[in-house]
Design a protein around this ligand. Structure first.
Ligand SMILES: Cc1cc2nc3c(=O)[nH]c(=O)nc-3n(C[C@H](O)[C@H](O)[C@H](O)COP(=O)(O)O)c2cc1C
Length: 193
């Protein structure tokens, strides 16, 4: 019989930046490489296709990019959100996608979904304020955010090479610890799909 630690987990990785040279996309790519063997991260590539939330549009049915995003969340065991920080908060495209995914309230795909958050910024605080703000939104959606460890990648421009590959060893260790904790957390609090 397979033990729980043998269970393979799929994690939907969402980077909250749209730009090609994004530090947060680079951090998510590093996470894919650093994943423990029982955890597969699928990178969500279509954040930029999601239209601005509009309840009138929603009332006619979810637009295809929204339906695709919700379905990707539903079919993953857990989420890994890699957020930039814009003006001390969550960037608009990411918040907008979360707003769509949070519907309908109380039975959304975010409900009871295990999740981990990390983020990279060029500044010195490494997205701490954006991460706290995201955690606050996830209280309302009842998304089960891993409490610790926190991965705040400050001065991130120095930590990736010109091709966007993580070159800072201690950041890599923190990312790996986060992924191991997410795997354990998902087995503990997540539902079998
Ligand atoms: C509109 C805007 C607001 C920003 N506000 C913050 C901020 O509040 N804190 C911070 O550390 N960095 C801030 N930055 C700098 C971002 O950390 C930096 O641009 C980072 O590279 C964005 O993430 P990305 O590389 O994944 O696109 C801001 C950047 C932009 C474009």
């Amino acid at each position: 019989m397979a033990s729980t630690s043998d269970r393979r987990l799929t994690v939907l990785g969402v980077a909250g930046s749209l730009r090609a040279g994004s530090l947060n996309k680079a951090l998510l790519r590093a996470a894919v490489e650093l994943s423990p063997k029982n955890l597969e991260i699928r990178v969500y590539e279509r954040l930029g296709d999601i239209p601005l939330y509009n309840a009138d549009v929603e009332a006619k049915g979810d637009p295809e990019p929204v339906a695709a995003f919700k379905s990707a969340i539903a079919s993953a065991d857990a989420l890994l959100i890699v957020t930039p920080e814009y003006n001390y908060g969550i960037p608009g495209p990411l918040k907008n996608a979360i707003d769509w995914a949070s519907r309908p309230p109380n039975k959304s795909v975010l409900r009871d979904k295990p999740a981990a958050i990390m983020g990279a910024s060029s500044g010195g605080i490494g997205t701490a304020r954006a991460q706290l703000s995201l955690r606050q939104s996830f209280v309302f959606t009842n998304t089960l955010v891993l409490p610790q460890p926190e991965v705040l990648v400050a001065r991130a421009t120095d930590k990736f090479d010109e091709r966007g590959k993580l070159k800072d060893e201690s950041t890599g260790k923190f990312v790996r610890q986060l992924l191991e904790a997410l795997a354990e957390w998902t087995l503990r609090v997540g539902r079998e799909r």
